[in-house]
Ligand binder design. Structure first.
Ligand code: KIV
Ligand code: ZN
Length: 515
């Protein structure tokens, strides 16, 4: 079983989605799952089905539609959790149930209030229940890195005897150090019964900035599954970033004995962009591999070296992660075919009405803007999110602003199919537009954050606006792009309001998500 290859277990849709501002709706999760499949993830952890009706539905939908990778659902050890995971995975081509329970004394005493013996009984029961419907069961010892090593052996032995074939060793609180994690994995591989036939998995959090270093240390110790997320999103400081581990293995085969993954590295950049576009959460500019500056050479001495020979300062190329150095792609004369080709190269394959709508928006933009970059296209496509179920649609808007008169806005909005108009005054044009929209939608949400970025360089660049709203403890991010930032703002606000409506419709079962 332990073939010499690193399996990539992507948990962007589960652990990643738990990070603030990163919640996704069903359509968004499906779009990302399709892209993760194209990226070559071996296993996609699609959700935690008992956490909410939305999670259950999305694991079901991903199971039905994404057929190549293993689709995994998370469950605590309780019978109801496992039943939900079983139900969610019914239609999966390759289903996996991932069940977990904490094993550190600190968690046993203060969180679970259980004895070590009781935990062993739970593990045995849960893994057997999971195995009653699927062959592929993963067991995680939550907070493994703060657990007693001898007890971990006992727990894993029970899980394996009950039928688990992947054993995950989470550094739940981002506490371990590379050398220590390396030793732990080696120790487990030496002492767990039947270790040679099992896959040992790592799962690191980045609280001390060591998630990638710890993950790579575990690989050197024999772990063969990496649990990670795109852009490193996840609880608190995040999870191991997929791109950092994958590109480390690629760049340093001499250190990792040529161990490789199935990841199509040229899909890394499109996947990273898709995730940021969906969540509205930007990647920090100096983030390794996928940050905007990761391949930018600013210092004169560096630029001089790179011009003479790229190898002087470049250990990998932007092209290797799918980031074309010159991503100028289309213009106003480009046709439907070229547009569609470009979308598919960018991992944004859309069809039918979605494609038609995006093409129309592309043409409209090309009339205003001479050069259309990949980032513009992403913005055009992201305009489509949840269109089917949108309650509100922005028609048009007009503003007066400046220093001579109080800024005011007139907004036309379709609400449940009925066209309505409102006018409002504001402290500035954006405020006036938002007030008019709030009036028309009767929203009770609170505006938490408003952010504008230029998508590309140039005076004719599109502005991309992100708006964070909160209502009933639900936080959503909407985004909109346009060459006029006031229109982009209106679009972002309406997008966020539609997301809130979407969540209201699905509210119900088990909203609280935390593990
Ligand atoms: O961090 C953690 O321990 C987890 C488990 C559920 C694997 O996310
Ligand atoms: Zn985690």
């Amino acid at each position: 079983m332990s073939e010499e290859r690193i399996r990539i277990f992507d948990t962007t849709l589960r652990d990643g989605e738990q990070s603030p501002g990163c919640s996704m709706n069903l359509q968004e999760k499906l779009a990302l799952a399709r892209q993760l499949s194209k990226l070559g993830a071996d296993i996609i952890e699609a959700g935690f089905p008992i956490a909410s009706e939305g999670d259950l539905e999305s694991v079901k939908a991903i199971s039905r539609e994404v057929r190549e990778p293993v689709i995994c659902a998370l469950a605590r050890t309780s019978p109801a959790d496992i039943e939900h995971a079983q139900e969610a995975l019914q239609d999966a081509a390759h289903p996996r149930i991932h069940t977990f329970i904490a094993t550190s004394d600190i968690h046993l005493e203060h969180k679970l209030r259980m004895t070590r013996e009781q935990v062993l009984v739970e593990v045995d029961r849960a893994v057997r229940q999971a195995r009653s419907s699927v062959d592929d069961v993963e067991f995680s010892a939550e907070d493994a890195t703060r657990s007693d090593w001898d007890y971990l052996i006992e727990v894993f032995d029970v899980a394996v005897a009950a039928g688990a074939s992947t054993l995950n060793v989470p550094d739940t609180v981002g506490y371990t150090m590379p050398g220590e994690y390396h030793e732990l994995i080696q120790f487990l591989r030496k002492h767990v019964k039947g270790a040679d036939d099992l896959i040992f998995s790592l799962h690191c959090h980045n609280d001390l900035g060591l998630a990638a270093a710890n993950s790579l240390a575990a690989i050197r110790a024999g772990a063969r599954q990496v649990e990670c997320t795109v852009n490193g999103i996840g609880e608190r400081a995040g999870n191991t970033a997929l791109e950092e581990v994958v590109m480390s293995l690629k760049t340093r085969p001499d250190v990792y004995g040529g161990l490789d993954t199935r990841i199509v590295t040229t899909e890394i950049w499109p996947t990273s962009r898709l995730l940021s576009t969906i969540t509205g959460v930007a990647v920090q500019p100096n983030k390794a591999i996928v940050g905007e500056n990761a391949f930018a050479h600013e210092a004169g001495i560096h630029q001089d070296g790179v011009l003479k020979n790229k190898l002087t300062y470049e250990i990998m190329t932007p092209e290797s992660i799918g980031k074309a150095s010159n991503n100028l792609v289309l213009g106003k004369h480009s046709g439907r075919h070229a547009f569609r080709e470009r979308l598919s190269e960018m991992g944004l394959a859309i069809e039918g009405d979605d494609l038609e709508g995006a093409f129309k928006r592309f043409k409209a933009l090309a009339d205003k803007k001479k050069t259309i970059y990949n980032e513009d296209i992403e913005a055009i496509v992201s305009d489509r999110v949840m269109q089917d179920e949108d309650r509100f649609e922005l028609g048009g808007l007009n503003i007066t602003s400046g220093t001579f008169a109080e800024p005011h806005a007139t907004v036309e909005l379709t609400v449940d199919g009925v066209v309505k108009k409102a006018t409002a005054l504001g402290t500035g044009p954006v405020d006036a537009v938002f007030k008019a929209i709030a009036d028309l939608t009767e929203t009770k949400s609170e505006l938490l954050r408003y952010q504008v970025n230029a998508i590309t360089a140039g005076m004719d660049a599109q502005g991309e606006v992100s708006v964070t709203l909160s209502e009933d403890q639900r936080r959503v991010i909407g985004h909109g792009a346009h060459t006029d930032i006031i229109v982009a703002s209106g679009k972002a606000y309406v997008h966020a309001l539609n997301k809130l409506e979407w969540h209201k419709k699905r509210r119900g079962v088990g909203e609280p998500r935390g593990i």
